[in-house]
Ligand binder design. Sequence first.
Ligand code: FAD
Length: 277
Amino acid sequence: MIPAPFDYEVAESLEHAIALLGSRSDVKLLSGGHSLLPLLRLRVTRPALLVDIARIDGLSYVRDAGDAIAIGALTRHHDVATAPLLQEHNPLVSYSAGLIGDPQVRHRGTIGGSLAHGDPASDLPAVLLALDGEIDIVGPRGTRTVAAAAFFEGVFQTAVAADEIVTEVRVPKLTGDHGWSYLKFRRRAQDWATVGVAVVTERKNGGRKAAISLVNMGATPLRAHAAEEAVASGGDPGAVAADGTDPPSDTNASAEYRRHLAGVLVRRAVEEATASA
Ligand code: FAD
């Protein structure tokens, strides 16, 4: 289908983008376009104005930020996947970015767009949740930082207001005490996850704790709290991986199959993460 008519402006700077966002009532940002353009073509969304932020200088980077790695919102998935700083300090992020879609998608889609879009089937939101990452959001009221745990509010709903822009994402540096795994079950190589699992384990005081999050098991990426407790107490995280989830049934899988997959994937991902540290 052809999108409904819209006006188009190229933002020259962050300030210009914020001004354009506030200039009309129904404005959408465009970065990589790999989630927004399909929705426009389906006429699921019909903004009056598209503000293209893809050419704003200074928002595409991967930087050392002390205990964290900072990633600019316009950094494309390919650049996240291949960034030496991430490969060294947080390979969970680079590895999972390398599993997004196909090379074309990874060369256009951005980390900021992926998070702001709020699709529970996307990979990086769950990864950020397992890492307790942070997201900077800029708008007419200034800059605020939102923890990943408070960022995802529902299907295609996030903490980003209509007049705000995601500018930076920060993830912690992992140490030798950390292990990690990202497992993505999908029917074809380029598909979204039927179910995905991100795990970060940490050796601490003679024990081990785990942060476990799930892709496509509810309206948002979810922390699998019961499975995390099972790891801490030496139990089977797979047996309780789907506790508290509400997975969808669709043409890829039934909710029941997704619950089964979550158990299998969580068990394997915890084993893989544990073996890696
Ligand atoms: P856009 O499409 O430009 O924007 C998406 C939404 O976010 C829009 O509402 C836009 O207004 C808003 N937005 C964009 N940038 C910002 C910002 N900086 N601040 C605030 N709001 C913003 N994703 C996966 O995770 N895993 C997959 O396996 C996967 N497979 C894909 C396969 C195909 C064929 C396609 C087309 C896409 C796939 N995607 C997948 C989605 C892809 O990763 C998108 O690039 C990403 O979800 C959105 O990023 P974008 O830069 O393209 O955003």
